[in-house]
Design a binder for this molecule. Structure first.
Ligand code: ADP
Length: 413
């Protein structure tokens, strides 16, 4: 089965194609083609490669998401990176949908009703859900009536206990769908399964904490394969400090700012999502690499602000991990994943520094390997808790969900 995966972000569009046979492979296979479009300072950057190693890199004038996806898909069946014969060779299309709202959590066939529900909850995650709906419309135009599947980033957290999922506001909030949903669920679930596989243990016997540290950051506490707590909530803004997002701040700060009338709704949204976090504090960048470089090479006062940004990021991460250990009543493995989690030995070392009391100790040499060759256990050989670095595989999880759903449908047809 040939599966096209679309991952539509607010300022990027990632896409890849998997070929899956009659049985699911144990480990994620390589994509036969993958492409990425990024909107950077008024230009569109394309980066495409196929499994033969052919690549295309291009920069174009601003185009709509529709045009960008069309152009991207043209390189799948034409030109140097051609990997399939044409649009008809795609059997199913999977979409990462950030917010499933209260109704959708399992991977679901896209129907007009599903689309209208995704549209309804797009007020919860405006930057993401609208981009994903647009992706579905474009696929329908370019590929015709191919089955499309929505895979929800909130899905894995759906069965969080009510005590973790409910905000302590009026109970009516909960009844209106204002509750903690959690995000990055596709990757938290993948990391939990992969950790059990790496440790040779049954997932049901493990207490895991997965740290998804990318542009967005969240933790999940996982017991018996189920998410029992997570740091993101109603939107992907709650919890840890992130690249450009604030994470949790006292809601009193927001009501204060609103009372001052300095901030209208959209401006506040923009500040909290795009001008806060590492970028807001350091004044340099939301990219951890640049913040770390400034702590080493910057001149004062830039250096001090970069150091403060790093220290705050780590402080909140440690405090979040500590909270999750308490929720789980102990920990068997700690997982680092996504851009920062996979690549920053500084962040991993600092996050684990005070966790000796819980049985977490790192092997310095293993932590310092760069790049890491595949998923790696970086804990001390005699440590009570395993610390794992696991490469995020959201696209594979989406492809796998499409494969399973279509197989199930054809079995019951
Ligand atoms: P997304 O959340 O958009 O999927 P990624 O998981 O790709 O993002 O993470 C992107 C972030 O990873 C970058 O903004 C950067 O801060 C961080 N990153 C990537 N490589 C490194 C590195 N070598 N050291 C520190 N941070 C890194």
């Amino acid at each position: 089965m040939r599966v096209l995966v679309l991952n539509s972000g607010s300022s990027s569009q990632k896409s890849c194609v998997y070929e899956i046979g009659d049985a699911l492979p144990e480990n994620p296979p390589a994509c036969v083609w993958e492409g990425k479009v990024e909107w950077v300072e008024g230009r569109v950057h394309y980066s495409i490669k196929n499994s033969r190693g052919d690549t295309v890199k291009d920069v174009a004038a601003v185009t709509s998401r529709g045009e960008a996806i069309r152009r991207l898909l043209d390189t799948l069946w034409g030109g140097k990176t051609k990997a399939i014969s044409g649009p008809a060779a795609i059997e199913v299309v999977g979409h990462r949908v950030v917010h499933g709202g209260p109704r959708y959590f399992e991977p679901t066939m896209v129907t007009p009703e599903v689309k209208s529900e995704i549209e309804k909850v797009s007020a919860f995650a405006p930057l993401h859900n609208r981009a994903e709906l647009e992706g579905m419309e474009i696929v329908a135009k370019v590929l015709g009536p191919v089955p499309q599947v929505a895979v929800f980033d909130t899905g894995f957290h759906h069965r969080m206990p009510l005590a973790a999922a409910t905000y302590p506001g009026p109970y009516e909030w909960f009844e209106q769908g204002i509750r903690r949903y959690g995000f990055h669920g596709i990757n938290h679930q993948y990391c939990a399964e992969r950790a059990a596989q790496m440790l040779g243990k049954n997932l049901n016997s493990l207490r895991l904490i997965t740290c998804h540290l990318g542009n967005g950051c969240s933790l999940a506490a996982i017991r018996e394969g189920r998410s029992v707590d997570t740091t993101m909530g109603f939107t992907p803004l709650e919890g840890l400090m992130m690249g450009t997002r604030s994470g949790s701040v006292d809601p009193g700060v927001l009501t204060y700012l609103m009372r001052q009338r300095h901030f209208f709704d959209e401006k506040l949204d923009d500040v909290l999502n795009n001008k806060s976090g590492l970028l807001g504090i350091s004044g340099i960048s939301g990219d951890m690499r640049e913040v770390l470089a400034a702590t080493r090479n910057g001149d004062e006062p830039v250096k001090a602000r970069a150091q403060l940004a790093f220290d705050m990021y780590v402080h909140r991460l440690r405090s979040g991990i500590g909270g999750m250990i308490a929720v789980l009543g102990g920990i068997d493995a700690l997982v680092f994943t996504a851009g920062v989690g996979e690549n920053s030995q500084e962040v991993r070392a600092a996050a684990c520094e005070n966790l000796g009391f819980a049985g977490v100790t790192l092997d310095r040499a293993k932590n310092a390997q760069s790049p890491m060759k595949g998923d790696t256990d970086i804990s001390n050989a005699d440590a009570a808790v395993r610390v794992l670095v696991i490469h995020a595989q959201e696209d594979w999880m989406i492809a796998r969900a499409c494969w399973s759903l279509l197989r199930k449908q054809s079995a019951t047809a």
